[in-house]
Design a protein around this ligand. Structure first.
Ligand code: SF4
Ligand code: SF4
Length: 425
């Protein structure tokens, strides 16, 4: 494994990215905007809100002191507080670090460690998908899992896929000779969800990129680390982050863009590795600067006149939820503009900040009801739309909305593949 290039040492006038996050607490003017937008605070009195557990508490935290307010554990990490703060206070990021400290004085529960290991769960469940799915769909087993492990019996468990995305890409797609060879290359970061649960989303991404003349490269990669990070396992998340940076940086140096269909994976590569895990190497920066959400990437192609527009009309109006993880990219809502390039497609943008699940948060027994209360206005809008299908960029949000409403959930890339009339879609 190639060693990371060492970052320049900060001098007295240069703050590290992490110090900038910590010091942003001083910018807080106590306007309470973050608190009024916090989806958890708005439904759960036990959580005093981002201003209280964030910048206000930060002033009393000593770097040598482990004790922090345990109500912080109810923060879902959705990031809305950071997005809405008019003074640039990095509330979510400082809360994530404080939660890490919270678990320095007590062990991370086994349940949280398990939820943080989405890749390990996928590796174990995928080869025996039929059995694993039957077990997880069994009410008695789910009750037992809730009782023994603490994962809520109604939490939206994804279905394992027997065929992994990597297995399909390396074994079926490339060996069949159907893969495009081109000077235009793009790197695909598939993440755990595409690899073990939704390979059809990755296949759609490959099909759309190849239709537009790109050769798709799928380098070695591990879980982005976000499930571990959000469960306060920073050391394990950092290990994964460094492995991904090492694997991807060579492509970034050659000028290839790294695209992903998972908004949380791409957000980790773009931001969380540096702002939360404090990996501030030039390699991390280069990977961050060259990472794109797939809709963001395709919309930029469209704006440059380089996206094929040989779409077949799809006469459909679809509700669309923009997940918090997507909005944290600060790139607007590219999926809407992209989908509306398809003749006949109308997108109904649902007015809800969060579906509640926030990665693994809504899976936890004690947080399930909070997550469902957070998502209720979104679920109601999906039901009221009368549509049997809805669109969302983030996998855990899709699973949560499908579980709550019964709607068939699609990633935007699946609609694009269908509109292009690509085989299999
Ligand atoms: S963190 Fe930002 S939004 Fe929240 S109270 Fe302070 S200034 Fe206002
Ligand atoms: S990250 Fe989300 S849940 Fe946590 S304090 Fe901020 S807005 Fe509230």
């Amino acid at each position: 494994m190639k060693p990371e290039t060492k970052p320049p040492k900060p001098d007295a006038l240069t703050l590290s990215i992490w110090e900038q996050v910590q010091h942003s607490a001083d910018l807080c003017i106590k306007c309470n905007i973050c608190t009024s937008f916090c989806p958890v605070h708005n439904v759960f009195d036990g959580f005093p809100g981002p201003k209280f557990v964030g910048p206000q508490a930060q002033r009393f935290r000593s770097p040598r002191e482990l004790s922090v307010d345990s109500s912080l554990d109810y923060c879902s990490g959705c990031g809305i507080c950071t997005m809405v703060c008019p003074h640039g206070v990095k509330v979510m990021e400082m809360n994530a670090k404080a939660r890490y400290k919270l678990y320095q004085k007590k062990p991370v529960p086994f349940r949280n460690r398990l939820l943080g290991r989405s890749e390990l769960l996928g590796m174990l469940g995928s080869p025996v998908a039929a059995i694993a799915n039957a077990l997880f769909n069994n009410g008695f087993i789910r009750l037992l899992v809730e009782w023994v492990v603490g994962i809520h019996r109604h939490a939206p468990m994804p279905q394992f896929s027997f065929e992994t995305f990597r297995g399909w890409f390396k074994g079926v797609h490339q060996k069949s000779g159907r893969g495009v060879q081109s000077d235009k290359k793009v790197v695909f970061f598939h993440g755990c969800s595409v690899n073990y649960y939704e390979p059809h989303v990755g296949k759609a991404a490959v099909a759309v990129l190849e239709h537009n003349g790109f050769e798709v490269l799928v380098p070695p990669q591990v879980c982005c680390g976000l499930p571990m990070l959000s469960n306060a396992e920073f050391d394990a998340a950092r290990k994964n982050a460094r492995a991904n940076i090492d694997s991807l940086v060579g492509y970034a140096r050659q000028g290839y863009k790294i695209v992903g269909t998972s908004t949380s994976c791409t957000l980790s590569l773009k931001s969380d590795y540096r702002h939360i895990l404090d990996i501030t190497t030039p390699d991390a920066q280069l990977v961050a600067e060259n990472t794109w959400d797939i809709s963001e990437f395709l919309l930029e192609l469209a704006e440059a006149g380089d996206l094929k527009t040989d779409f077949k009309p799809l006469d459909v109006t679809l509700p669309y939820h923009s997940p918090c993880q997507l909005e944290a990219h600060n790139m607007g809502l590219p999926a809407i503009d992209l989908l509306e390039l398809i003749p006949g497609v109308k997108v109904n943008h649902l007015q809800a900040d969060c579906c509640g699940v926030a990665g693994t948060y809504g899976y936890k027994k004690e947080k399930y009801d909070i997550a469902m209360a957070v998502g209720e206005s979104l679920f109601e809008q999906v039901r009221a739309s009368g549509s049997r299908a809805a669109v969302c960029d983030s996998e855990t949000c899709r699973w949560q909305i499908a579980r709550a409403t019964g709607a068939a959930m699609l990633h935007p890339i699946e609609l694009l593949a269908k509109a292009y009339g690509l085989p299999g879609f």
